[in-house]
Design a protein around this ligand. Structure first.
Ligand SMILES: Nc1ncnc2c1ncn2[C@@H]1O[C@H](COP(=O)(O)OP(=O)(O)OP(=O)(O)O)[C@@H](O)[C@H]1O
Ligand SMILES: [Mg+2]
Length: 287
């Protein structure tokens, strides 16, 4: 009996989290709590620091990692202070991917999984709540609906800088379904879930010969081309790659350097040149 009651409580809690409204209502939420439109790095940084920071002998210790990772205080301090913190402040390091390098069983996957699970839980709290355009395959930030010309005025009134453009699918819907009526576009609360492929993506390399780039980027839906008449119609594109669904959250790319090795087997020189290129564009953390 107790378990059945727990099931009911679980369902009620889930229903309580669901929110749907119009863009007009979303603006009210933004006014009361501007945190809802943070960018991904900023949300991750807040998630980590919200668990608390201790200082032992001048060494910072982030309690968020305490439960599963031991003896990596220096590495984790570097990760938070040199990557997440500046990235949260929109400095250029955010354009880099985070490359974790280290020996087998060094804790790399543990670290990534903690961030993924943390993000899922955080998006279910009031502090970590976020919202997206309902029906958008990439859970797009609704503020992207605001035209570029009006963003300056929006910033003056709300104190929020809007970054990024509307995705092609939403742009088309705005014109065809809502005739440009931004206020009425439906918005919903986004709850990150790796299982449901919302906001958390994972790319696991398989056979390099049969692996398709579409797993990352999505692909053209050939059956829809006949209906919409053109390859460039957003309705004829499936935005279902790992990079698409990971929008607003995080994406794990497993065995990245090994994948390059397989896909670029012309020569050892070419492979190491590719490795160097990836590392130049990454923030490398030795775990
Ligand atoms: N610093 C650590 N503190 C506590 N446990 C650790 C630490 N590093 C690794 N482990 C444990 O070792 C096991 C393997 O770790 P994990 O899978 O995260 O390693 P990895 O770096 O991803 O290895 P691989 O290179 O094989 O993918 C896990 O059970 C993890 O809990
Ligand atoms: Mg691993």
């Amino acid at each position: 009996m107790y378990f059945l009651r727990r099931l009911e409580e679980y369902r009620t809690a889930k229903q309580r989290l669901a929110w749907e409204g119009s863009f007009r209502e979303y603006l009210e939420i933004v006014r009361k709590n501007p945190h809802v439109c943070r960018l991904a790095h900023s949300r991750l940084y807040d998630l980590i620091t919200a668990a608390g920071v201790e200082e032992v002998n001048g060494q910072k210790r982030y309690c968020f990692f305490n439960r599963e990772l031991f003896g990596l205080d220096r590495t984790l301090e570097k990760l938070v202070e040199e990557y997440f913190h500046p990235a949260a402040r929109r400095l250029d390091v955010r354009k880099r991917i985070l490359l974790l390098m280290g020996p087998v069983s060094g804790g790399k996957s543990t670290l990534v999984n903690m961030l993924k699970r943390g993000l899922e839980e955080y998006s279910r709290t009031d502090e970590g709540a976020l919202y997206g355009i309902k029906g958008c395959p990439m859970h797009e930030e609704p503020l992207h609906l605001i035209p570029r010309e009006l963003r300056g005025e929006f910033q003056e009134e709300y104190g929020i800088h809007i970054e990024g453009e509307l995705c092609p699918a939403c742009r088309l819907r705005l014109e065809t379904e809502f005739s440009g009526g931004i206020e009425e576009v439906p918005v919903e609360r986004v709850l990150f879930s790796e299982e449901k492929r919302v906001g958390i993506g994972t790319f696991t390399p398989s056979d390099p010969k049969s692996q398709d780039i579409a797993e990352l980027t999505g692909s053209i839906d050939f059956s829809a081309i006949t209906e919409y008449g053109s390859e460039s119609d957003p309705r004829a594109y499936r935005f279902d790659g790992e990079l698409n669904i990971a929008n607003r959250g995080m994406m794990e790319f497993q065995q990245m350097l090994r994948t390059i090795q397989h896909s670029c087997c012309r020569s050892r020189l070419a492979v190491s040149a590719k490795h160097r290129q990836v590392q130049r564009n990454a923030f490398t953390l030795s775990v």
